[in-house]
Design a protein around this ligand. Structure first.
Ligand code: PEP
Ligand code: MN
Length: 287
């Protein structure tokens, strides 16, 4: 065997051979994943306040992101940690995105919340901790909303593709994979960002793949070099945490970029994107 082979023959819909063309996932907001245009989702880990999400949306739109991210339902290790603003967070997120011409991607954790989150979001995020929540996969699949499926904390490529298969089998073709790092023995970074899956998945599946260097490293200063590496490796976009004041963020401040650093990242990315025949979204005129 000269390369990894998915051990499972059941991968009927997600495997590369199932489609003649690669899948391009288009959102109602105009963002797309898988074509020449890269998808750049940026924003805070958690939606915290109207001021915080407005300032972030404005800054990331100005720098050239085309999607605003931000969690309203947060999967926290501790039940005592901030759990998210819930519906109020969704309202704030969607309003801020609308003001600056951005699409919305946000996490849904509970199958019962899929209709609610789908009302505010252009794309549902299924987080690492829920990659194999099969009830959630079925519900998100049936919703027909585009889904961003993050790789599980210690999921194999095969398990991840099988989770995508649940979405496709439920009739949802708008599925994007997101590499966000996996657990390892080494505590030097929060996770080990597995960029080798980017070109590997291009062989194994027709689905687009983006990279989250924020959760992948847990360290803000590593986000720019790993973003450049991800795009060079062929990723269809990025998910980057940005916060107007990372030191005061209620979650994931240490991996969040300040707005100026995000603008610098977008400038640094332009020649990398061009070198692999891709282009960055145009900065929003609304910002
Ligand atoms: C997030 O995007 O804020 C998040 C919780 O990510 P993950 O599910 O990859 O840990
Ligand atoms: Mn986070």
């Amino acid at each position: 065997m000269d390369r990894y082979q998915p051990p499972t023959r059941e991968l009927k819909l997600a495997r590369r051979e199932a489609r003649s063309e690669r899948t391009v996932v288009r959102l109602e907001s105009g963002a797309s994943f898988g074509g020449d245009l890269l998808a750049i989702a940026a924003g805070p880990c958690s939606v915290e306040s109207a001021e915080q999400i407005d300032a972030t949306a404005k800054a990331v739109a100005r720098a050239g992101a085309n999607l605003l991210r931000g969690g309203a339902f947060k999967p926290r290790t501790s039940p005592y940690a901030f759990q998210g603003l819930g519906q109020r967070g969704l309202e704030l997120l969607a309003a801020a995105a609308g003001r600056y011409g951005l699409g919305v991607v946000t996490e849904v954790m509970d199958p019962r919340d899929v209709p609610l989150v789908a009302r505010y979001a252009d794309m549902l995020q299924i987080g690492a901790r829920n990659m194999q929540n099969f009830a959630l996969l079925r519900e998100a699949g049936e919703s027909g909303k585009p889904v961003l499926l993050k790789r599980g904390l210690s999921a194999t490529v095969d398990e991840w593709l099988m989770a995508a298969e649940y979405l496709l089998l439920a009739g949802n073709e708008k599925v994007v994979l997101c590499e966000r790092g996996v657990r390892s023995f080494d505590q030097a970074t929060r996770n080990v960002l597995d960029l080798s899956v980017v070109p590997l998945l291009a062989e194994l599946t027709h689905l687009p793949v983006i990279v989250d260097p924020s959760h992948g490293t847990g360290i803000a200063r590593l986000v720019e070099p790993m973003s450049m590496a991800a795009i060079a490796a062929g990723a269809d976009g990025l998910l980057v945490e940005v916060h107007p004041d990372p030191a005061s963020a209620v979650s994931d401040g240490s991996q969040s970029l300040r707005p100026e650093a995000f603008a610098g990242l977008m400038e640094a990315l332009a020649p990398v994107a061009a070198s692999v025949g891709r282009r960055l979204p145009a900065a929003s005129l609304a910002a």
